[in-house]
Ligand binder design. Structure first.
Ligand code: NAD
Length: 472
């Protein structure tokens, strides 16, 4: 139990607030620390600081911004263990496996990769009629709003392109996992000019104030599709640029020629990484009648070896669900499926006497499209296995979703898998894998899963405005 009060970070300084709210450890229910609750005036100060910093930062030589990204990576490496511990305490994920140490490793890797990206001036025309060049300028002040599932990865994904291209940033972390972001920004501010990165924390209305704020030029948001719609609406009056990375309900289709033993590990981690609380996790698994029993049995055997527990224990592989609301949603969707005829092959029935939000790894069969656990994003440790008879039918059902973040095809025949993967309506399609993201590959959703992409040169461009320069 810690009553440590955290501060906002504005213009390179710690700024206390009058009000705070507790941040809860989802494994124990104890308070991890007290999060500062920013006022509207404090948001204004953060936006002003980001603007002033941007006006200087955009003028430094590009090499300085590259060097800053590399210095950020080194600073993160030097504080990785401390930050990983804080992520585990407030988010719940384990220190080990695909948990908080893995997350911190990704943060440093993304910073190093972003240092090497280039957006050179493009010469569009150069002839007797004149010369036309395409220049890219930093967008100005970027507002970043993050969710609670991968708190540090996502805030890095939001701020690195802004830092690299010369903008200033104001970050609002999720009220459920704000402390690691505050500490991360303290750490990276040791190598950045003051005001380039600022953190204000608070409730959902702070996010709305940011989306409406006339001093912010672009919003980058990762979270649910419902909130994405609200941000888009609030940003309309000031015509902000938007990158929206929203919810997913990714389908995986196993083809009849797949080898259940060979694919089980990939299927399991595709679905259960971060306890299923991952935007691009496998959330609906379509399997042919002929392989249904074998795949279900392999998944149960694999899942039975996974230790669920407090993430601070070094041998824990999956932690608790992050918060009470998400726990209730997962329970509701499983209970609804069971009431409509689903079979719980393993899991279900969380222990009501256990402290924390622990929900067992759950695998469901006798599930059909139309049940809520298939049609809605469960965002928890539950995988519904859905039978199909014809591949065309499986493809139609996979695509019959308002979401379109990721999708996967599992097969021993790569050519057949490619053909089907290219017909999935989603921003990323994987063959014999699910959910992998890389700093050099654009990532984003189609349909209600988002607007725009992050990562790589395509992602960097979204943090710039285009200016065409004509020389007569
Ligand atoms: P959420 O939408 O509830 O909250 C995300 C953030 O938005 C929080 O910081 C919250 O305070 C803020 N917010 C809430 N209402 C707001 C408003 N009206 N205006 C501005 N900001 C507001 O999402 P969550 O529960 O934290 O995260 C889970 C969701 O995020 C899932 O749907 C998941 O699929 C999605 N997600 C998507 C990606 C992706 O890259 N596509 C990645 C991770 C998570």
């Amino acid at each position: 139990m810690s009553e440590q009060k955290y501060d906002l970070i504005i213009d390179g300084a710690s700024v206390p607030t009058v009000d705070h709210f507790p941040v809860i450890n989802p494994a124990t229910g104890e308070t991890v620390g007290l999060c500062p609750d920013a006022t509207r005036d404090q948001l204004d100060s953060a936006v002003d600081a980001a603007r002033a910093a941007h006006l200087k930062w955009k003028k430094v030589p590009d090499e300085e911004r590259k060097a800053a990204c590399l210095a950020i990576a080194d600073a993160i490496d030097a504080h990785a263990e401390e930050l990983a511990l804080l992520v585990t305490l407030e988010q719940g994920k384990p220190l080990n496996g695909l948990g908080s140490r893995f997350e911190l490793g990704g943060c440093a890797a993304w910073a190093r990769y972003t240092a090497g990206l280039e957006l050179p001036v493009e010469v569009i025309q150069d002839d007797e009629q004149g010369r036309v060049e395409l220049h890219r300028h930093p967008v100005g002040v970027v507002g970043s709003i993050t969710p609670w599932n991968w708190p540090l990865s996502i805030v890095m994904w939001h701020m690195l392109p802004a830092i690299r291209t010369g903008s200033g940033v104001v970050i609002k972390p999720s009220p459920l996992t704000p402390l690691s972001t505050i500490r991360l920004v303290e750490v990276i501010n040791s190598v950045l000019p003051k005001g380039v990165v600022n953190v204000v924390s608070g409730g959902n209305e702070l996010g709305q104030w940011m989306s409406e704020h006339p001093g912010i030029n672009k919003m980058v948001f990762t979270g649910s599709s419902a909130t994405g719609r609200k941000i888009m609406a609030s940003s309309a009056a000031t015509l902000k640029r938007l990158t929206l990375e929203l919810g997913g309900n990714d389908a995986g289709i196993v083809l009849p020629d797949a080898d259940p033993k060979a694919i089980v590990e990939g299927l399991f981690w595709g679905a259960f990484i971060n306890n299923g609380q991952t935007c691009a996790a496998l959330k609906r698994l379509y399997v042919p009648d002929t392989l249904h029993d074998a795949i279900a049995a392999e998944l149960v055997a694999f899942a039975s070896k996974i230790k669920v527990g407090n993430g601070l224990e070094e041998d824990t592989i999956l932690g608790p669900v992050q918060n009470a609301m998400q726990f209730a949603k997962v329970k509701e969707l499983v209970d609804d499926a069971v009431a409509h005829g689903a079979t719980v092959l393993m899991g279900g029935n969380p222990d009501p006497d256990q402290p924390g939000y622990f929900y067992p790894v759950t695998i469901l069969t006798d599930v059909t499209d139309g049940m809520r656990v298939v049609d809605e994003e469960q965002f928890g440790p539950v995988l519904p296995i859905i039978r199909y008879s014809s591949v065309e039918d499986a493809l139609a059902r996979a695509n019959a979703s308002e979401n379109g973040l990721g999708g996967s095809v599992w097969s021993s025949d790569k050519a057949k898998a490619r053909e089907l993967a290219l017909q999935l309506e989603c921003g990323s399609a994987w063959i014999n894998a699910h959910g992998m993201v890389q700093p050099n590959v654009p990532f984003g959703g189609v349909k209600s899963s988002g607007i725009g992409v992050e990562f790589g040169t395509e992602g960097l461009k979204e943090y710039t405005t285009v200016q065409s320069l004509f020389e007569g």
